[in-house]
Design a protein. Sequence first.
Length: 305
Amino acid sequence: MVRAVIPFRRPPRDDEADAFVADRLRDEQGQPISPRAGQDEVGEVWDALGQLDAADFDLDDRRSSSGLLSRRGLIAGGAIAAGFAIGGVLLWNQRPVAYQTAVGERRTVALPDGSRVTLNTATRLVARFGGDRREVVLEAGEALFAVAHRDGAPFDVLSQGGRIRVTGTRFNVYRQAGFTQVDLLEGGVTAGSAEDGSKTAVRLAPGQAVRLSPSGRPGPIFVAQAARIDDWNNGRISFVGASLTEAVAEMNRYSRTPMRIATPSLGRLQVDGVFEAGDTAAFARAVGRLHKVSVRTDGRSWTLS
């Protein structure tokens, strides 16, 4: 997505108000600030307003004809603008932000809290951050999270009816039609229903995985697919004893030139090997050579028969 940035002229501002807003922005971004003793965020704004009287909000008679505000009016405006800027920062942090990738694309983004997430092919997630709230909704696809630890601020990933909650860890979430798979690589997570909370949740240890039903109910715990996650994160797809049906479906996730199996019996063939994600042409030709399968293309797709 390309964003157009349109420059605009700001009216003159009071130095104290500007410094105050800058402090609030640094605080929201987790950067150190030097608080002014005896004043809180709201108090600073109201203190500035309290030093003004009604006349401070009027135009200076001597300068009104030129359309210029008096110095006192500018101070009042600066204090009011600071108040609105504080609210604007808080509202901005509550506004959801969407990230997505196209078919065959991978993308790593830095989230506002310092966490990082790598989106796999055809993935969309929506993030909302504000105060102690850190929440991401995985609407489609697969994402690898490296979550920054923050005391008292859990990090939630929602997928279908499931909730994965962490404080600081590295894990993979893959949303599919019938389930969501959670693979834990480092740290610890709980995974269960977003509705029932801890009643149905299971806790994973590093190297463990679980699948959540569309309602968020966890199934049995099994070994995490660390090698598969490392492969897609590096643009590879590997198969060990996979059926051709499974391999074709996985390869098609990464390509706008998909494959189809015209002869159903071919779907039972076993596939082993490492392939470049998105290169369905190389995969189709390799299957054709190894299994004596007919391979045809019309430029838009590949047919195996």
